[in-house]
Ligand binder design. Structure first.
Ligand code: CDP
Length: 202
């Protein structure tokens, strides 16, 4: 059976954790689409043209080191503005969304552009302060020279780039369920999401 869950939201909103837990609970396949843009961003930092990076994508790329650092986050957001890059990635993502046994995809444009007919859509968000704290904690585990104010400023500017771009900007789809994780724990958000999906997925 095919069943598509689309999850979008700004940086460090908790969408990755929520998506993985949903996928695990329902035994759906999971695609973190942000990782695709991160791989392409990382490759452009080594001098590759974005479309050549897309053409050369392979599964091992998702194990490259440093994919989650801030320099790569910025590079990802830069390549993500490129309409030709987005177009080249469209069919792969749509194909994934139609996998037998269900699929969860998370990103910025899943509910609006990639899977507008998804069975369920969530928009996961939280205040900038809470999201920056989460990202600071995550980055501090790998690098103790990280400064909170820098993380907050980077997160704000990346959200602005993602929201203001012309192609597939970050938007909440009108038919998405809003999950605001500012005050709700990730556990409680996962529970809510599972309840919503269970009411439709039998
Ligand atoms: O983990 P975080 O929310 O910080 O970012 P991510 O989901 O890994 O995405 C990294 C960047 O890729 C975003 O800032 C977007 O610019 C871009 N992206 C996108 O444009 N469309 C998607 N479907 C997913 C990510």
């Amino acid at each position: 059976m095919k069943f598509t869950v689309a999850i979008d939201g700004p940086a460090a909103s908790g969408k990755g954790t929520i998506s993985k837990r949903i996928a695990n609970f329902f035994k759906f396949s999971y695609l973190d689409t942000g990782m695709i843009y991160r791989v392409i961003g990382l490759k452009t930092l080594t001098g590759l043209e974005p479309l050549d990076a897309v053409a050369g994508l392979n599964e091992n790329d998702f194990n490259l080191p440093n994919l989650r650092n801030e320099e790569v986050s910025k590079a990802a957001s830069m390549v993500a503005k490129n309409p030709a890059v987005r177009e080249a990635l469209l069919e792969y993502q749509r194909h994934f969304s139609r996998r037998e046994g269900g699929a969860v995809l998370d990103g910025r444009d899943i509910g609006t552009v990639i899977c507008p007919a998804a069975d369920i859509k969530f928009f996961v968000t939280a205040s900038e302060e809470v999201r920056a704290k989460r990202r600071f904690k995550e980055l501090s585990l790998r690098n103790n020279g990280i400064v909170f104010e820098t993380v907050l400023a980077d997160l704000k500017s990346r959200d602005q780039e993602d929201t203001d771009r012309a192609t597939s900007p970050l938007r909440m789809s009108a038919d998405a369920v809003l999950l605001d994780t500012t005050k709700l724990s990730i556990d409680a958000s996962v529970e809510t999401a599972i309840e919503v999906i269970s009411s439709v997925y039998k």
